[in-house]
Write a protein that binds this ligand. Sequence first.
Ligand code: 5GP
Length: 213
Amino acid sequence: MIAFLVFEGAFGVDCYADMPPTKPGKLVVISGPSGVGKSTVVRGVLAECGGRVKLSVSATTRPPRPGEQDGVDYHFLSDAEFRRRREAGDFLECVEVFGRGHWYGTLWDEVRSSLAAGKWVILEIDVDGAADVLRQFSGAVTIFIRPESLAELERRLRSRRTESEEAVQRRLAVARHELQLAERYEYQVENVTVPAAVQSICDILRNRGLSDD
Ligand code: 5GP
C-alpha cells in the first residue's frame, strides 16, 4: 500500500555561511493546512528522528485549546505582550494567520542557540511565515503536509469540536489558499497515516544530511 506521497520541488540551497563547518544546524519549515495533523506528525518526527531535531515553540495570541500547555504547545501571549516583543525585534517572523486578530510568530530565542548547537529546528508555521523564513535562511528544508482531500480536512476540523462554524469556514478558506502554494515547498508529504508521514519526513531529513549524533 502506498501510504504517502513525496514530491520534490522548487527551492533550497544547502548550507549557511555563518554555521560551523561540521554538523551545522538547520531550519526545517513544516507547513500545511490547519487540521491536517501537523502537530501529531511533528511529535512523531521528534520521537523518531533522533536528538538533533528540536521543535521551536511558537508564540501566539490565540487562547489555549483544552489540554494545551503554555511553553509546551505555544507561548501564549496577550496582544500587548506580543506587540511589545514584535516591536523589540524578538521574532524571526510573525503573522496574523487567520485575518481575525490572532497573531503567531517564531521567537529568535527558540532558534538561535539551537542552530548554533547544531540542532535541526522544526518551525511548524503557515505559508506566509515560511516565505519570510526563506528570505532569511535560504538553506531551510521546506516540507508541506497535505490532507488526502479537502473533504477529509473538513471532517478532521469538525471532529475537533473546539471551533465555531465560522472558525471552521475561515480555516477551510485559508486551507484552500495554502494548498495552492504547496508547490513552493521542496517536499510535499500526504498525511494518510501518521507513521508513514513521520517516516517520510525522517527520510527527507536524513537525505538532507541529518545524522543521529
Ligand atoms: P493553530 O491555531 O491551529 O495551532 O495554528 C494555526 C496556524 O498557525 C497553523 O497553520 C500553524 O502552522 C500556524 N502557526 C503556528 N505557529 C506559527 C508561527 O510561529 N508562525 C507562523 N507564521 N505561523 C504559525
